[in-house]
Design a protein around this ligand. Structure first.
Ligand code: HEC
Length: 138
């Protein structure tokens, strides 16, 4: 997605919130929140499928768990197009999603989804994965 479009969208969403009478202190949070909303909108607009035909059989099975559990409250496109790649990020986000009321994600499925996302990131987001690992080691 074009960076400029993203910035314009963030400004628009921020302005919508800022038009409601809020304090200057809240304004910073508004921009942060708007950025998150726009980013999520953009993730949602991306592809909602992963071609797992070349993945190992066990990962193809794990994909089914991921696809059914992680598309309950938002599109599957959201996790698929999110910029998370390294294991700690997936651990953090899966835990966060699990704790949401009515998530229906049991620890066993969470582990399967975690293994899938870890594998998938190394294949599909190879560049990002390696860059993030390098940054972490600093
Ligand atoms: C119970 C509902 C629910 C389920 C099930 C769920 N999510 Fe979410 N997810 C949300 C909500 C609500 C948000 C919006 C941001 C927030 O509240 O954290 C979100 C946001 C996200 C984001 C964007 C977060 C960000 O800050 O960039 C990712 C990535 C994500 N979910 C991944 C997943 C994955 C992976 C799964 C399956 C393990 C999953 N979600 C299952 C409710 C859910």
């Amino acid at each position: 997605m074009d960076k400029m479009i993203k910035i314009i969208l963030i400004v628009i969403v921020s302005l919508i919130f800022l038009s409601k009478n809020i304090s200057a202190k809240e304004a910073g949070t508004v921009v942060e929140k708007s950025t998150l909303i726009v980013e999520e909108l953009l993730y949602d607009k991306g592809s909602d499928k992963i071609d797992v035909s070349k993945y190992p059989r066990v990962m193809q099975e794990a994909y089914k768990v991921f696809a059914s559990k992680c598309s309950k409250c938002h599109t599957l496109a959201r996790p698929i197009n999110s910029p998370y790649a390294i294991p700690e990020e997936w651990e953090r986000y899966i835990k966060m999603m699990m704790r949401k009321p009515g998530s229906g994600i049991d620890p066993k499925s969470a582990k399967t989804i975690y293994e899938f996302l870890k594998y998938d990131s190394q294949v599909r987001k190879k560049g990002l994965y390696e860059r993030k690992l390098k940054e972490r080691k600093k």
